[in-house]
Design a protein around this ligand. Structure first.
Ligand SMILES: Cc1ncc(COP(=O)(O)O)c(C=O)c1O
Length: 395
């Protein structure tokens, strides 16, 4: 065992956890096992908790701004992990990535303009487009031989046919687990520059990339590609800090950065949460060893699921994840329609997963499972699924 014990089961019930305490309020049975929303059942590194405790002990929570040390830790992280040397002055702090995306949609597009996404994809993307009264344009990912890719021909066609001004890229891609290659990103950039489509690159899952794969930040394309993009980064998935609402949005273009700040301020959000600032700096400064062990543990969880399905539930296939702790299960060969599948998962297996269909209709008959939990919890989840399928005569 390493220095960190990710097998430890930490009680999260009765902690005001959205994942553990909101089942009944959200219309689910009380006894569901939750593996849905993207936060982890692991404690953040102790250095982060210590930094937060020290701030709490001080007892004064006045307005705050990130100082130089914050940007030192942030930029060192990106340089070390992604070979990207960001200019610290081009980061803007925001409360979250979805806030940033909404702000950017408003600045970069007008009502009725097209915004393109690749479904199945993280569902708040489509909500952000619709809520801001833009036209949602979907270019579905291609799914062949168990792997997803961007259908570039369709992507370009949809752009030209729908007055598309903005593309929201998800890299690594939630929920299908692709980590886009440099070559794929270059193709994206080529098409987007050709048709004047601005790119938002949501890289919130960038630190979760499995050992055979390599993450390429859109920022490292540099030049015109980077000028035509905003890079959304955050420590919140990596270090389990989602409730602290901290994100660092990189905006290369000076005019756009000024407009972004104005848009952010217009919503009355001009200062960051002091605890978010403290946690982010400590995480990037001290979190490396913890993250290394966490990735190994998660890779073990992926291996567990792979073997379990092969041995016990061959009708479900794992879409091999290249990144993220959200795995995507292809349940289309079980002989259940989407409604029957979701009913079995929730009411028979008593599992609270994210039904694939919420990520777009291309997600019908898929389920997304959050594997960032101790292996024992994962074992219980898959045993529940197996037993429900057995009772239904599906295994
Ligand atoms: C791709 C992606 N973007 C953004 C978010 C949410 O980010 P935030 O909480 O910073 O708005 C998530 C959360 O799961 C996500 O998966």
């Amino acid at each position: 065992m390493g220095k960190y014990n990710f097998d430890e089961i930490i009680e999260r019930k009765n902690t005001n956890s959205l994942k553990y305490d909101w089942a009944v309020k959200r219309g689910k049975p009380a006894d569901v096992l939750p593996l849905w929303v993207a936060d982890m059942d692991f404690r953040t590194p102790k250095e982060v908790t210590e930094a937060l405790c020290a701030k709490a002990q001080h007892g004064i929570f006045g307005y705050s701004e990130p100082a130089e040390g914050y940007f030192d830790a942030l930029t060192a992280w990106f340089e070390k992990y992604f070979g990207w040397k960001p200019d610290r002055n081009k980061f803007v702090l925001s409360c979250g990535v979805i806030f940033a995306i909404c702000n950017l949609i408003e600045i970069l597009t007008k009502e009725g303009n097209g915004v393109i996404i690749n479904q199945p994809v993280y569902y708040p993307f489509s909500e952000a487009v619709r809520d801001n009264k833009r036209k949602l344009v979907v270019s579905e990912l291609k799914y062949a031989e168990g792997r997803y890719s961007i259908d570039f021909e369709d992507f370009e066609k949809k752009i030209t046919e729908n007055n598309v001004k903005l593309y929201i890229l998800c890299n690594p891609h939630n929920p299908v687990g692709r980590v886009w290659t440099r070559q794929e990103l270059e193709r994206v950039s080529e098409i987007c520059l050709k048709h004047n489509v601005f790119v938002i690159s949501d890289e919130i899952h960038a630190d979760f990339v499995y050992s055979k794969y390599k993450f390429t930040s859109y920022a490292t394309l540099g030049g015109e590609a980077l000028k035509n993009a905003v890079i959304c980064t955050a420590p919140t998935k990596t270090f389990n800090l989602a409730g602290l609402h901290n994100s660092n949005i990189y905006i290369e273009d000076d005019g756009l950065r000024a407009a972004y700040i104005k848009g952010r301020d217009k919503r009355g959000y001009s200062q960051s949460n002091i605890m978010g600032i403290v946690a982010c700096e400590a995480a990037y400064r001290y979190g490396e060893e913890w993250l290394g062990e966490l990735l190994t543990y998660l890779e073990g969880n992926v291996a567990f699921v792979r073997e379990y399905l092969k041995e016990h539930i061959p009708g479900i296939s794992l879409v091999e994840p290249e990144g993220t702790y959200l795995i995507w299960l292809d349940c289309s060969k079980l002989g259940l329609n989407d409604r029957e599948l979701n009913d079995l998962v929730l009411n028979k297996a008593k599992l609270w997963l994210d039904a694939g269909s919420i990520f777009g209709k291309a997600g019908n008959c898929f389920e997304r499972v959050n594997i960032a939990c101790p292996r024992k919890i994962l074992e219980e989840a898959f045993d529940r699924l197996y037993n429900a399928l057995k009772e239904a005569g599906k295994v």
